[in-house]
Write a protein of this length. Sequence first.
Length: 612
Amino acid sequence: MSAQKLSRLFPRARHFNPVSISNVAIADDIVNFILHSGVKFTRMLPNLSPTVVDLVLSSPRLPPLSCLAFFRFLEGSSSLLSHKPGLRAYATLVCRLYESRKFNEIKEVLGSAARDMEVNLVVSDFVAMVEDINTKPATVLKLCDLLFRIYADNKMFEEASQVYDYMENRGFEIDERSCMVYLSALKKFSTLENCLAFFNKMKKLDLVTVYSLTLMVDLLCRKDRVGEARGIISALSERGLKPNIVTYNTLLNAYTKAMDSGAVDEILRLMEKDGIKHNVVTFSLLIDWHVNSGRIQDAELMFDEMLRKGISPDIYVYTSMINGQCKAKNVKRASFLFDELTDRGLVPNICTYGALIDGFCKAGHMDAADTLVKEMQGKRMDLNLVIYNTLIDGYCRIGMLDEACHMQRIMEDRGFKSDEFTYNTIASGLRDQNRFDEAKKLLFLMVEAGLSPNLLTYTTLIDIYCKEGNLVEARRLFQEMEEKGESPNTVTCNALVDGYVKKGKIKEANKLKDQMANRKVVPDTYTFTSLIHGECVHGKIDRAMDLLSEMSERGLEKSVATYAAIISGLAKVGRSNEAFELYEEMVDSGLTPDDRVYHLLVGSLHHIGPMP
């Protein structure tokens, strides 16, 4: 539009004189201009006072959306105004938009006002202006409610609380859905105490619904304050507000994670009492709880019950079941479940594949694991670090160390960095194959890569140095790990005990066994077997027999190696009767003697020496 046409449309504005031209006339010219040409202003638009802006926005001749367009133009062209649009302009525009029920546009305008610090949007001032423009109580109530939600959406919690308090003091009816919006925002972005404070305000006005109750219960459970959650449920139940299936599932989730079987049983009884039927989430939580507790048969019974009740398992249920069967070393059943879920039209996710791959790897079925990996890749599912480490662990378990190292290179080529598990797993595998130098080099590379040695790292290195006969370095590492806050476990201590025994340092080995209690480490069958072997090698059979008795007192099961060690010692000194008694005990306990035990027993019959 040319300046000449604009001057004809704004005859007064071109020679604007605030003294001689009234605000009403200027506003009338702007309204006419907008009605004829739309909002296509140029720099020739005169400076507009707040009064003129308010007159334009309140003009009944101007449609509400045209008012909004004019207002947005002014917001983006603040240099044309003597002042930015103030709270009065916002209130006027919002009332015009409310007339046409343009609630999305109202939220945008109020949101802009709330974020603009220069507007100084005080709820009492805003309401006073609205009431001056539109005296209908419904208008004021709705706009307060919208302002309350907008503050919540913008995480302006103090301002939202002021709006709530204002509405409460004025006796306005507060929308419980708006309270949920605010409570949800507090849950995500504020503190638990703020959530509780607002929740108590809701209880005061009887605004709590089962949905807000469940939200609060979920938050308390996430913060490990399940007792408080139960207290809130009990208090509101007395007032007639009963929890629903989601509320109960939230509690079940907390109790199953805590492995609190008593509380789980109590919640299930309450659900039955209230007539709340289990849904797929309930079954999923219970099945996962049984699986994590090692009760795979109970998980199977729960799975069967779910099917009998006509509830279709989802992918999470199947993934949990597959994981449980793999933990129970029943990969055949896990494979059947995997096929069954696909027959039901479910799509296995990366966790489902990961669970079955882990089962195959632990069972040594690497071909089956590789098949699943190729299937994943065929579906354009990217492997993650956990699956790569699972495959590496699988190869190490069956002694395919070169393949494990190759998998590590593939993993790193695809952008994944080896972690402590990767390095420790391969190093342990190399150690088991007596490739000590390679194992140590790999663990040193791990430290150079910026990763901290952990319990498994130290245990592997200590075991290697003990096997190499370097007890000085083994003891140094043992001391270092304790200084760095890594507490040795039974396997760590066993490595050092075995090292002492092999070096003939039986006294030091026994001393370490006695010190294990101070470190809250419990000696196991391996510990005693090593010590018994050492005592027998050095001819201290009675000491070995005392250790054998101590094992029984501690309730430790004896292994074939344990019996072989003590039978060997007894055979060497011709105590054949005792050797045969231990052989009978060994067979009675269900252990199968190996050829070495038979040879030892036969040898004891021909031994010439002192008889017992």
